[in-house]
Design a protein around this ligand. Sequence first.
Ligand code: AVJ
Length: 323
Amino acid sequence: MNVHASALAKADQFDERTSAFASEVIGDLSQHPKRLSPKYFYDATGSDLFEQITLLPEYYPTRTELSILHEHGNAIASIIPRGAALVEFGAGATTKVRLLLKQSAFDAYVPVDISGDFLRAQAEALRQDFPALAVYPVAADFTAPFTLPEAVATMPKVGFFPGSTLGNFEPHEACRFLRSARDILGEGAQMVIGVDLEKDERVLYEAYNDRAGVTARFNLNVLHRINRELGGNFDTGAFTHRAIYNRDRHRIEMHLISRKAQTARILGRTFSFRAGESIHTENSYKYSLERFTALARGSGWTPRESWTDPASMFSVHALVASD
Ligand code: AVJ
């Protein structure tokens, strides 16, 4: 491809992504109740805010999962077959995968993420630090079917889905995702997956209502992003962050609440908000060990081993593809 062709391809891709964002935003804000998908939190600002969230004293998931991966490194390493390829679904910060790569011997690493630029930068850094590791980034939406690189076709596959990202899916979507991961990874594959657990409601509440207000900024960033990328005119100061634990549905819900009656224009369309009206921006499902293992079994996987921290805040599961 010459320079112009590649610039053109890049511009096309940009337009495609922006118009997918636009049509989804317009569709979701036309629903009753209004909603926005949590996948749009993660532009550069949102990814940076999320990294800050992972360091907050109230936000226990990241550090707890890391402590589990660290503590049970030997047990995890012992179930990884020789010469395996590690396939990570959604590759953000590389802290967790670096820990896994240090503890277990993998021949290849396949990070799969929608953000191609970020992915390639991370891949390059990993090649420097793990010279013996073959790194094959795949730029794709990991919630839809994609094909693995030919180079890993004959290697044993181990999926990696940390961070309790599964919690963003509705239970039926989580099932569909796990089935699709099994199809992509193939027969005999394994999966290492991090799942957040139900616990004291106050602990959950505080993890999503931190005192420094970083989670509020993270939530509100989606409106800033709509303003920036879609030329919207949201008065972002006229919305407040709300996160509550919905006990019946086992999930944290994040909302943006309109402080007053107001309108916002996006791409020539007007959306009206009543005072107190919500935009539902995220669900973060919490599982019990029993509910998660039942979900895994119903989605083509056999639970092999589970690990938790001493306070049972978070869990990491090793699954094997069922025949
Ligand atoms: C990245 C989806 C696991 O649900 O805890 C953090 C996102 N939202 N604080 C989570 C999030 C608000 C996070 N996940």
